[in-house]
Design a protein around this ligand. Sequence first.
Ligand SMILES: Cc1cc2nc3c(=O)[nH]c(=O)nc-3n(C[C@H](O)[C@H](O)[C@H](O)COP(=O)(O)O)c2cc1C
Length: 387
Amino acid sequence: MPTITCIEDLKQLHKRRAPRMFYEYCESGSYTEQTFRENTSDFAQIRLRQKVAVDMSNRSLAGAMIGQPVAMPVALAPVGFTGMQSANGEIKAARAAEAFGVPFTLSTMSINSVEQVAEATSKPFWFQLYVMRDEDFVDGMIARAKKAGCSALVLTLDLQILGQRHKDLKNGLSAPPKLTLSSIMNLATKVRWGLGMLGAKSRSFGNIVGHAKGVENMSSLNAWTSEQFDPRLDWSKIARIRDQWGGKLILKGILDADDARIAADFGADAIIVSNHGGRQLDGALSAIRKLPEIVAAVGDRIEVHLDSGIRSGQDVLKALALGATGTYIGRAYIYGLGAMGQAGVTKALEVIRNELDISLALCGERDVKALRRENLLVPKGFFDAYD
Ligand SMILES: Cc1cc2nc3c(=O)[nH]c(=O)nc-3n(C[C@H](O)[C@H](O)[C@H](O)COP(=O)(O)O)c2cc1C
């Protein structure tokens, strides 16, 4: 077993072990990838304030997200195609999260279905919904998530139309992979991945195939997904979904203070400040740069969570110090999954926990809930550099 010291180690292993089309699906942003890059480079510009001679015993990372206890405020974000990074990837990630004590969010575009994940786990997980034109599918999906015992609905608002990711087009991304000369040559070098896939419970979108009208095979699935994301999604449709779900609701993809105010008026339980990991509006500001403004606008009324760019426990610390009450990792755990399956997801969580814990102590704090702006050093004008 290789020695893993940081998320970057998992990323390098993921790159070696997963088929190129799936690694590159993960490691890409839209268009020029400016927002994708700045999500991480902006975190790096923020520094931590070192404090000494403070009793650092009995530290605590525990907290709550939407009222649910968490071992640390770091959930697993919804990620499509996860079961293509490693066989039964959603089940592996959900089990790792459950054992660790953090929430797992299953994507609508998962490979394992909501039923398969529920059967393989013993605690409720969260379900992420994409609103599709096919209302029967959406109604059915909400009912299935309820039946599976999901304890929150994460409604994604920033992907009603797809930001282009060049690599996916060049690689002919599909699940299962389309067999072309170049994909066959690449798959031939991924023996461990291929053997795993022989035992996969599902090799295509488990929530969709056999559930959406007219989707029984790959070609009908491709046609369905390309035309299904509903561009008419607006607050009235969101209200319909909120009422139909009737449980905890998290609105994902908010990057603007005015939108955050509407979300708070609307009665959601939390918002996720996010630019979809730089995969949608290229040119949008990084999530961490927008966070303080949004916290100032609605932080006293609604839980404000953040994702996009977190690669370390230090990044989590920065988001919490700027007022987020919860964070999510996307790529950081997918690297772990692609590198080493379930053990890799656990490893990613352990790396982040240890980094958060040690950095907390060196900042002179004992409880993540006590983190605040004073723990950070931020370049002058950083948060109002853009108008
Ligand atoms: C490969 C990949 C697939 C994703 N699929 C989904 C998805 O199906 N639904 C969704 O709401 N967000 C999806 N996202 C966005 C993540 O939920 C999250 O916002 C993003 O990964 C956070 O950025 P990070 O990867 O830098 O942590 C995806 C992200 C990645 C990297």
